[in-house]
Each structure stands twice: as structure tokens, then as C-alpha cells.
Design a protein around this ligand. Sequence first.
Ligand SMILES: Nc1nc2c(ncn2[C@@H]2O[C@H](COP(=O)(O)OP(=O)(O)OP(=O)(O)O)[C@@H](O)[C@H]2O)c(=O)[nH]1
Ligand SMILES: [Mg+2]
Length: 299
Amino acid sequence: MTQRDSRAISEGDTATGARAANAVRLPEPWASSAVTVVLPTYNEATNLPAILGALFALPLPALRVLVVDDNSPDGTGELAESLAKEEYGTDRLSVLHRPGKQGLGRAYVHGIGHALDQGADYVVQMDADLSHPPEAVPQMLGTLLSTEADVVIGSRYATGGALAEDWSLHRKALSAWANFYVRVLLHMRVRDVTAGFKLWRRETLHAIDVAGVTSNGYAFQVEMNYRTIRRGLKIVEVPIRFEERRDGSSKMSLGVQLESALMPFKLMRHTPDLTPEPPPSEPSPSEPAASSEPPAADR
Ligand SMILES: Nc1nc2c(ncn2[C@@H]2O[C@H](COP(=O)(O)OP(=O)(O)OP(=O)(O)O)[C@@H](O)[C@H]2O)c(=O)[nH]1
Ligand SMILES: [Mg+2]
């Protein structure tokens, strides 16, 4: 890293930290909700201190962070471990170490399951590269708690949202195309259907059976939305400004793009039936009691 780069990063860190400290303040008991941010990392050592600093500066005193590291060669996992022990405390920051790079979706399924086991009521998923603004988290939580939303998306394409100007034309076109393609094929009315910045209710994650999600790259984000809609649950989008990753390199590969292109067809064929159970209805005295046998069409 050059001196100029490191100066730019530290100036950026100060600005990110200041924005986080000035984020929307929620009333109690909302501010003290049990929120866990699941951060998947692969070679994010140069971004990790800044994102953690910004997350822990938020006016959310019970916020916890779970880093899910796939044995990053740059030592991100060990850095997270030492920041937990020496700076933030292992009660607020914990680390899941996985044996090797297995993709974003696998890391999320593992990390979200762990966060739920540890008692999180709300789970945030976001990139560790500072593309997703940490200061939007309280606003997303406030939106979730003040509406009937089952999940809130930090959306680049909702009215008021934005993409970083320095994102290459190729990346902008790919993102726009992926969104259009998925929305049309799967009939999903979500503006930013490939977004990776979301805040989930615990109940929603159970209802969509997050442990059963099989997609990995961008496809993981879409499969999570698809399951949510199939389950009859509500997605609300909050506009965010998406930044180019602060440092390090993208893990977007041809394999990830191919998986995303094929994924709508896989979802149409293989998504398990997540239709909610109808509420039990009282049989009227004149009607015979309902049979426990399913109707023929469901068998
Ligand atoms: N644990 C784990 N994390 C991963 C893996 N692949 C990507 N990540 C992390 O997932 C987040 C998103 O990955 P990025 O490389 O930023 O992918 P992207 O945001 O689609 O691409 P860019 O916009 O180019 O940065 C980052 O925090 C990565 O470090 C993986 O295989 N395992
Ligand atoms: Mg990124």
C-alpha cells in the first residue's frame, strides 16, 4: 500500500466513523435490539478495522458482529480474532473460522445459523469492503420495526438510492442486467433483487429455512428473496448509496456470474414449497369436521 493510499484510507475511516456516530437514533427499546451483523470475509484485512470501527460506533449498544472468514491468506481471520480480544471484547465480536474459500453463500448460511443459535433477534448481512454504508443500519432497523416488513433491503435502485460513480461501466451494466433478468424471469417486484445488504427478522429466517439455501454467489441473495416472497412475506427497500469497495480486490468470478445466470431456472424447478400454513379455522356446527388427509391435489 502506498503512503497516498494509506492516507486516503485513514481519511475515509474518519469520515465513515463520523457518519456512523451521527446515524439515526432510535428510541428504546428499539435501539437496544439484539442485532448481529454477519460479515463474510475473504482477504479483507485492509477493510476490516474500518468497518468494525464504524459498526461499533453506531448508536445500537447491543449490536454484535460475527466475522465469517474462509481462512483468508492475508490473515483477516487472525486480525478479527485479535481485534475481538484486544479492542472490542469477545462478547461483541466473534469469529467463525472456516477451512477454505467455499463462497459467499456457504459463509452466510453458516454465519446466519450461528447468529440465530446465539440468540440474535435481527440479523444484518453486508459486505466487509465498505460498499454498504454502516450508518444505514439503524434506519433499516427502524423501518423494519415500524412497518410490517419481514426483511429490509438496503437498495441501490429504490428511489433515492445510488451507485458509486467510480463503479466501472461494465459493473454497472452487469448489475442492471442481472436485476432485470432475475426480476423478469422470477416475476419478483424487488428493485434491487441482487442486493447484499439486508436486515432480517429472526422469524423470517426460520420461515424461509435459511439452512436449506443452496446458491452461493449473487444467486444466494436472489434465492433468499425468492424464498421470502414464496413464503408470502414482505420485503421493504430503503435507499442507500453503494460505494466502490474501499480496498482489496473483488471476488466476483466467471463462475459466480454463470451460477447467477442459471439460478432462476433452478429456483423455478427446485424451491421447496414454502407456502404458509392456512390459519386453523373453526368447523361450523353444520359442517363435518375437516379430515386430516390432504386434498388430492397436495399429495
Ligand atoms: N467467507 C467468505 N467471504 C467471501 C467469499 N467470497 C466473497 N466474500 C466476502 O463477501 C463480501 C462480498 O464480496 P466482494 O468481493 O466484495 O464481492 P462483490 O461485492 O460482489 O464484488 P465487488 O463489488 O467487486 O467488491 C466481501 O466481504 C468478501 O470478502 C468467500 O468465499 N468466503
Ligand atoms: Mg463488494
